[in-house]
Ligand binder design. Structure first.
Ligand SMILES: [Cu+2]
Length: 170
């Protein structure tokens, strides 16, 4: 979008140069001042792509976001095994959450796709449980407190097999 927008502005500036320097500076001023306030207030959303596979691995175990930033996570199960045997989800927990305790509780929560209702207060955001070749998107605001926020796949035994990582808030 910005590149498309910049081209007509450049043309204007070239035309104005022919008319005189005074007009050029007055024309440039509003554009500069309108760009300034939006930059610090709303950093561009972070888009994070995470995949899982039949080997019980995430493609990444760490990603970084900025405090308060809008975050979109696109999560895809690249595997081919049936969901009942090799489903995957992505659950991002609060900073001080006990990940192991969450994973233990999840084993008993098949009815809610391994997202235990009793521990919902520990969760910042989570995807659906995905079968083969399925994808899900979640959007949320990054926490304002910097630190490391654990994430995991809560399908039985997947956390213990290494399906875990951290979201680093800077
Ligand atoms: Cu998994």
């Amino acid at each position: 979008m910005k590149k498309i927008h910049a081209f007509p502005l450049l043309l204007c500036a070239l035309v104005l140069t022919g008319c005189g320097k005074k007009e050029e500076t007055t024309a440039a001023a509003p554009a500069a001042s309108s760009a300034t306030p939006t930059a610090p207030a709303a950093p561009a959303p972070a888009v994070i792509e995470i995949t899982a596979n039949d080997s019980m691995k995430f493609n990444l175990t760490r990603f970084e976001v900025t405090a308060g930033q809008d975050v979109k996570v696109i999560f895809t199960n690249l595997g081919t095994m049936p969901k009942v045997a090799m489903g995957h989800n992505l659950i991002i927990l609060k900073k001080d959450a006990d990940v192991k305790a969450y994973a233990d509780a999840a084993v008993m929560a098949a009815a809610t796709e391994y997202a235990p209702a009793a521990k919902a207060d520990q969760v910042i955001a989570h995807t659906k449980l995905l079968g083969p070749k399925q994808s899900d998107e979640i959007t949320f605001k990054a926490p304002t407190e910097p630190g490391e926020y654990p994430f995991l796949c809560s399908f039985p035994a997947h956390f213990l097999s290494g399906m875990k990582g951290v979201m680093v808030v800077k």
